[in-house]
Design a protein around this ligand. Structure first.
Ligand SMILES: Cc1cc2nc3c(=O)[nH]c(=O)nc-3n(C[C@H](O)[C@H](O)[C@H](O)COP(=O)(O)OP(=O)(O)OC[C@H]3O[C@@H](n4cnc5c(N)ncnc54)[C@H](O)[C@@H]3O)c2cc1C
Length: 429
């Protein structure tokens, strides 16, 4: 069965994924001569850099998500489909989803990346990733539920399992989560869970490398380590987590850490759609593209964002950083190129590094800009401002701003609800 999409005579561009890349591309092609079909497994765009604040009960999911239909209410040439693409037929110019199939003239793959468990099934099953809003909410529920349960446990060892948390991966996500957990321990637990011996709560950050925040400057790495240690996080460097059985984390040198919750932020890998030729995949299963972002040896098939591995850029021989700016810049370039009638006018992709930043909690952040690097309160304000302005929608910006102000002034957040989906009537039967 075919998707129900009108045949308008316009050239049809199918975009899979409405993350930073897919959304930017679709928005840039509003009012162009193309028919755009934007497909995502969610009916909203999610702002991943603030997932950890949802997980730590600092923000509600709705304040960092934006409904796709609202964004394109007035865009006549953009059609949204809420569907999961399962298979691609590159020879037949067709994508297949649960809804049926859809033909395309041009295809743009913007499916992002997913958590990399490095093939370890036990770790995949037992740890908590944070690559979607629902996973962030799952994490929030798990943390709060365990604190609630720990109140009734007398045995020290059993309690440790519920209250201690291991974060794996010292990239920006791991560092930000560990910092936020340490602040929760410092400011929230003594008020909300007075009976809990919160001095017993241990937060570990295990990182395989010798420096936190790989990809950022040495200064940023050293300062983030200091900030985390000041907050009481037990940072373990140069060790890999080898296994987790639900009760203990074991590192590669045999060290065992007692804990029941592991947050897995140790790397990403790209999902591969069925039917996609594996010889076109590069490191991290990213899709190899040329500097026009067109898939190697294919015409009119493109890949953008985390999913794309650009070949032929001497400045980035291993590919561009998998961050929001890369996705946005790629989408801008492709939309400009597609609007030009002659391919000879197409421009190659050249990444403009705007810098990187991470926050480790209240008044603590590290910022690396191309010409200057700084830390502390000013860096934290810059971090807040950049993230606030990057959010979609005025309503979201206002809500997040008010939340942050409230949290800052009161040292509190008011969102610590454990909300689990109820069973539908069908499920109860
Ligand atoms: C926790 C976290 C924190 C981060 N923090 C930062 C940060 O501070 N700064 C920064 O620059 N970057 C950050 N990043 C990275 C940044 O979010 C990504 O680089 C960026 O989202 C990549 O954009 P994208 O469009 O390629 O993919 P995504 O934004 O991941 O979008 C992919 C989209 O494709 C959809 N999709 C995937 N497969 C299918 C399918 N088969 N069918 C239909 N839809 C599908 C998904 O639902 C999703 O909407 C962070 C990422 C995470 C997870």
């Amino acid at each position: 069965m075919a998707f129900n999409i009108p045949e308008t005579g316009q050239e049809r561009i199918v975009i899979i994924g409405a993350g930073f890349a897919g959304l930017k591309l679709a928005r840039s092609l509003v009012r162009s001569d193309f028919q755009i079909v934007l497909i995502d497994r969610n009916n909203y765009h999610q702002f991943q850099p603030l997932f950890y604040q949802v997980a730590m009960a600092g923000l509600e999911p709705s304040s960092i998500s934006f409904p796709l239909r609202k964004i394109f209410q007035k865009a006549q040439n953009v059609l949204i489909r809420y569907a999961e693409i399962e298979r691609i037929d590159l020879e037949g110019n067709r994508v297949y989803a649960d809804l049926g199939y859809l033909n395309f003239d041009k295809l743009v793959i913007c499916t992002g990346a997913t958590t990399n468990f490095y093939g370890n099934e036990a770790i995949e099953e037992l740890t908590l990733p944070m690559k979607s809003i629902s996973e962030a909410l799952g994490l929030r529920n798990a943390i709060l539920t365990d604190y609630e349960r720990a109140l009734s446990i007398r045995d020290f060892d059993e309690r440790q399992e519920l209250i201690d948390i291991v974060v794996v991966g010292g990239g920006a996500t791991g560092v930000e989560v560990a910092g936020a957990l340490a602040e929760m321990k410092k400011y929230i637990l003594p008020k909300d869970y007075r009976e809990l011996p919160y001095g017993e709560v241990d937060i570990y950050l295990v990182h395989a490398g010798s420096q936190l925040l790989p990809g950022m400057s040495e200064n940023a790495s050293v300062n983030s380590l200091k900030y985390l240690r000041d907050l009481g996080v037990k940072v373990i460097l140069n060790k890999r987590v080898q296994s987790f059985d639900g009760d203990y984390v074991t590192t590669n040198d045999g060290e065992k850490i007692r804990c029941g919750k592991v947050i897995w932020a140790a790397g990403i890998v790209c999902p591969v759609l069925q039917g996609f030729p594996t010889e076109i995949l590069g490191r991290g299963r990213r899709i190899r593209v040329n500097r026009h972002l067109e898939v190697i040896d294919r015409q009119d098939i493109f890949a953008l964002g985390d999913a794309a591995l650009v070949e032929g850029d001497p400045a980035y021989p291993d590919g561009h950083p998998q961050v929001a700016q890369t996705a946005i810049q790629m989408a801008k370039l492709l939309s400009r190129n597609l609007k030009k009638s002659a391919r000879s006018q197409w421009k190659p992709f050249a990444y403009k590094d705007l810098g990187a930043m991470a926050t480790i909690g209240r008044n603590r952040a590290v910022v690396d800009l191309p010409r200057v690097k700084f830390k502390g309160f000013f860096a934290w304000v810059v971090w807040l401002t950049v993230h606030l302005f990057s959010l979609l929608g005025v309503r979201n910006k206002v809500i997040v701003f008010l939340n942050w102000m409230w949290n800052y002034l009161t040292y509190d957040q008011s969102l610590r609800l454990i909300i689990r989906p109820g069973k539908t009537r069908k499920e109860k039967q």
